[in-house]
Design a protein around this ligand. Structure first.
Ligand code: HXC
Ligand code: NAP
Length: 300
């Protein structure tokens, strides 16, 4: 990311300690970089512990400060609890959480196995709750303020054909955001969400546009009213606005950042109704190859 495009003053996030789940790659890494650049201590977690370590090293090399990597599978509530115990004991309480980790792949819903549904919903639906509850309970017990952002999709408003487990799970996390903003507002905890449109990342593109033509179409931004995909600093500026001190009265909101794509065309994968068996088979084998490549690097 070009950090000169950050809208905020240096030191704005000094004193903040923020956990970004899935912060080793993609959008999570970009948000971690933004928070770090503005003075926060950042923790990142993922199943590929080595990837998180590399990212932490690279970001500290670029900006100084402190990024702490954690190997943690957010599908496992005990693993979350252990990681948070370690953070609290070694560094102190978190002040913020970004529920960014997710899993997804395009598939016809009739082709999904139960394990395929669980692979996505256990990360997004269950993992986001486990993490939010574990940290929220600590904040409530210790009478600390806290701030949570969840990274959703615009599918929370209009559904996600061919990504149904993701759309269902993200919609549930949207509901969690609205519910906890009200229930836990009295403790000084707030909950907002971001619904990004297309921001090219290796992880998302490999699973959502595994065909060269789809990737080209996504990259071109042709379907977007602004004729382009999102730029990372744009997303990071929104995340900082919601996470940094100064706008605490914003609570219970989900904000789209998609160049108005959702308003124009729904922003989902409705166009894949045109695919036949051959295209779905090719997409699946390409996605499974990406899954296997990533899986080989998992340390937890
Ligand atoms: C159908 C598939 C499949 C596919 C996997 N499965 N790929 N089914 N079509 N293309 C099935 C497998 O066959 C298996 O079921 C089950 O899913 C579990 O597969 P595993 O490989 O064992 O899963 P797991 O190791 O748990 O990995 C989870 C994962 C993987 C979600 C499948 O892709 C992952 O780790 N993803 C993390 C990163 C990611 O997805 N990033 C993109 C986020 S983008 P059977 O029954 O055969 O055993 C995003 C929204 C972007 O969220 C929006 C853009 C606009
Ligand atoms: P990505 O790079 O694949 O990021 C997903 C991250 O989640 C990875 O770092 C992955 O790390 C982590 N993760 C997955 N399962 C996990 C688990 N069980 N435990 C811990 N960490 C886990 O893709 P991305 O595009 O940056 O996506 C980031 C977020 O943005 C997601 O919530 C996605 O839905 C959302 N989003 C992205 C776009 C886009 O255009 N890119 C658009 C809308 C929404 P490990 O594999 O190492 O665990």
């Amino acid at each position: 990311m070009d950090t000169s495009k950050l809208m905020f003053r240096d030191g704005l996030m000094k004193g903040e300690r923020i956990l970004v789940t899935g912060g080793g790659t993609g959008l999570g890494r970009e948000m971690a970089e933004g928070f770090l650049k503005l003075g926060a201590e950042v923790h990142i977690c993922g199943r590929r512990g080595g990837v998180c370590e590399e990212t932490a090293g690279e970001l500290m090399e670029l900006h100084g400060g402190k990024v702490v990597p954690h190997g943690c599978d957010i599908r496992v509530a005990e693993a979350i609890h252990d990681m948070n115990n370690e953070i609290w004991a070694k560094d102190g309480p978190l002040t913020g959480l970004v529920n960014n980790a997710a899993g997804n792949f395009i598939s016809r819903t009739e082709d999904l196995s139960i394990r395929g549904f669980d692979a996505i919903s256990n990360i997004v639906f269950r993992g986001s709750f486990y993490m939010t509850q574990d940290i929220g309970k600590r904040w409530i017990e210790q009478k600390l303020k806290g701030n949570v952002i969840s990274i959703l999709t615009t599918w929370v408003w209009n559904g996600g054909p061919f990504v149904v487990p993701s759309a269902m799970s993200k919609a549930a996390v949207n509901t969690m955001t609205q519910s906890l903003a009200v229930e836990w507002g009295r403790y000084g905890l707030r909950f907002n969400a971001i619904a990004p449109g297309p921001f090219p990342t290796k992880g998302a593109w490999a699973r959502l546009s595994p065909d060269a033509e789809g990737a080209k179409r996504m990259d071109s931004g042709a379907a977007n009213p602004m004729g382009r995909v999102g730029e990372m600093h744009e997303l990071v500026n929104l995340a900082v606005f919601l996470m940094a001190p100064g706008a605490e009265y914003v609570n219970g909101q989900t904000i789209a950042i998609d160049g108005a794509m959702y308003n124009a065309s729904g922003g989902n994968f409705a166009m894949l109704t045109q695919w036949g068996d051959e295209q779905w088979a090719a997409a699946r084998s390409a996605i499974e190859a990406s899954n296997a490549e990533d899986k080989a690097k998992r340390t937890v």
